[in-house]
Write a new protein. Structure first.
Lengths: 212, 295
């Protein structure tokens, strides 16, 4: 965390500025494309950040370096999980606030906010799973598995489009219905509890794996 | 004298190698040399001590503290230099010092800066641009700057040129001039251990085969050169590293003081000669055991 704090601050400035300009670019009206891109940015910045961080650690044998210092493994893991959580909360919170300032109808704003919150929950879970996987089998092996997974994931839109051919409005309605009925009072604590559980698991997994 | 390090029944099992229930005490205030051929288990033992790998069984105490419970406190009081140095390669020497300093309670920035100057290490150079010798010196500067009570050194001089090697060994020797400080140094370069160690421990195939004060050991281990028939057959059989030369035989004993009297007559007749051995000879004897070599 200490190592990355400068680049982290710079990164947040870039992301927030970029998102702010995107918001201005849509004449203060929420547009579907903008909202969808914002959600994917949430996933990209958390999961991408996790992978970039771990690629860096592997390239420089960072864990071997850290292992000689007076720091517990659980502190290292906790710092990484905290950084991902902080980034997530800041970015999702920023987007929720940005959407709230839009003059769009309240139900559209609520849907957009629900969507980015959902993407935040997904990205947090993916980050937790990624750290656990990387500590378990190493960055390179895990990256190969994840890439294969994303290639397979690319088939999902094709399958959906085929299944809903000529009935895309039904699919869109179902998606909107899904986001409109998410219970955030349950989902957010559950997501945080799952994230904490993954952190505990990651500590255990890492303590059994030598990075030397 | 209290023990800086206590290893008891330490075991680590790998597919192709097992560290076999080793027990060892390293007394405080001196330099313990850890000698063994490559693959003997020196690095495994040290990495267990530094909590870099987990033992299959056994216990490690450093400064009397159980290392599974107090590893953070222990590492705060230990300086470590390994055979391979790992740093964030895109960061500078100065950044690395600043980064490491934040982990230690007793970090002394002046000591670190002075060591960088003494070792002629450029503060603005990226660590990936440092030579092997310079990386060892940076590791050493980092390890010494938090005023450690124990230095654990795993083959720190491997691959270094003789000038840098001598500098670094002298630094270890001066480190224990303060008698509260202890050094545990592993090496397969026995000259290094001979130069600085007070105690030596030999590790062969995952077992400690000998651990003793260096001077006592070198006074017991001698090479005996003898002419045919000059030595009692039971003594001949007790010798290791036996060789037959053109006009005489030789072998190494690990019990010279006990044999001294019985050898004196042969020595007076110049049928027996005694030669000092070095730690290399002891290691070879321990590794190969009895060895015959026809001429």
């Amino acid at each position: 965390m200490k190592r990355n704090i400068n680049s982290f601050a710079l990164y947040l400035i870039v992301v927030f500025t970029m998102t702010g300009f995107m918001a201005l670019g849509v004449n203060n009206e929420l547009k579907l494309a903008y909202v969808i891109i914002s959600g994917f940015l949430v996933i990209l910045q958390i999961v991408g950040g996790t992978f970039i961080n771990e690629q860096y650690e592997e390239k420089h044998k960072g864990y071997a370096f850290l292992s000689i210092l007076p720091v517990k493994e659980k502190e290292i893991v906790a710092a990484k999980f905290c950084l991902a959580l902080m980034t997530n909360v800041l970015f999702v919170g920023f987007l929720v606030l940005l959407f709230a300032l839009s003059p769009s109808p309240p139900e559209e704003i609520a849907l957009a906010q629900s969507y980015v919150l959902f993407m935040g929950v997904v990205s947090l879970t993916l980050a937790g799973l990624s750290y656990t996987g990387i500590f378990s089998i190493g960055y390179t092996k895990f990256a190969v598995i994840v890439m294969s997974f994303f290639v397979a994931l690319g088939l999902v839109p094709m399958i959906l489009m085929k299944s809903y051919q000529g009935r895309m409005d039904v699919l869109i309605d179902q998606i909107l219905e899904f986001f409109a009925h998410l219970n955030w009072l349950v989902l957010i604590p559950a997501a945080l509890a799952a994230y904490f559980g993954l952190m505990v698991l990651a500590v255990k997994v890492k303590s059994y794996r030598s990075f030397i | 004298m209290t023990n800086a390090v206590e290893l008891s029944q330490l075991r680590k099992e790998y597919k192709s190698f097992t560290l076999k229930d080793i027990s060892l005490n390293v007394p405080g205030g001196l330099i313990m040399g850890f000698i063994g051929p490559n693959g003997a288990g020196k690095t495994t033992t040290i990495k267990i001590m530094m909590d870099m790998i987990k033992p299959t069984s056994g216990a490690v105490k450093i400064f009397g503290l159980d290392h599974t419970k107090h590893i953070k406190e222990i590492k705060n009081r230990v300086g470590y230099v390994g055979e391979d140095q790992f740093f964030y390669g895109d960061k500078t020497v100065a950044w690395t010092g600043k980064f490491v300093s934040e982990f230690y309670d007793n970090w002394d920035t002046n000591t670190f800066q002075n060591l960088l100057t003494e070792f002629v290490l450029s503060r603005t150079k990226k660590t990936s641009e440092l030579s092997k010798g310079m990386k060892v010196k940076l590791s050493l500067a980092l390890a010494l700057s938090h005023n450690p009570e124990l230095m654990i050194l795993d083959e720190p001089t491997a691959g270094l040129d003789p000038v840098i090697r001598r500098d670094i060994l002298d630094r270890f020797r001066s480190f224990v001039d303060d008698e509260k400080k202890t050094v545990l140094i592993s090496s397969h370069i026995t000259d290094d251990i001979t130069r600085i160690a007070d105690y030596v421990t030999f590790l062969v195939e995952g077992k400690i085969v000998l651990s003793e004060a260096k001077d006592d050991l070198l006074s017991k281990w001698k090479r005996i050169h003898y002419k045919e028939g000059a030595l009692d057959e039971t003594i001949v059989k007790s010798l290791t590293s036996r060789k037959t030369h053109m006009f005489a035989h030789s072998g190494v004993t690990d019990n010279y003081p006990a044999l001294k009297d019985s050898l004196s007559e042969g020595m007076a007749k110049e049928q027996i000669k005694i030669e000092n051995v070095n730690l290399d000879d002891v290691l070879i004897s321990l590794v190969k055991g009895e060895q015959s070599c026809g001429f």
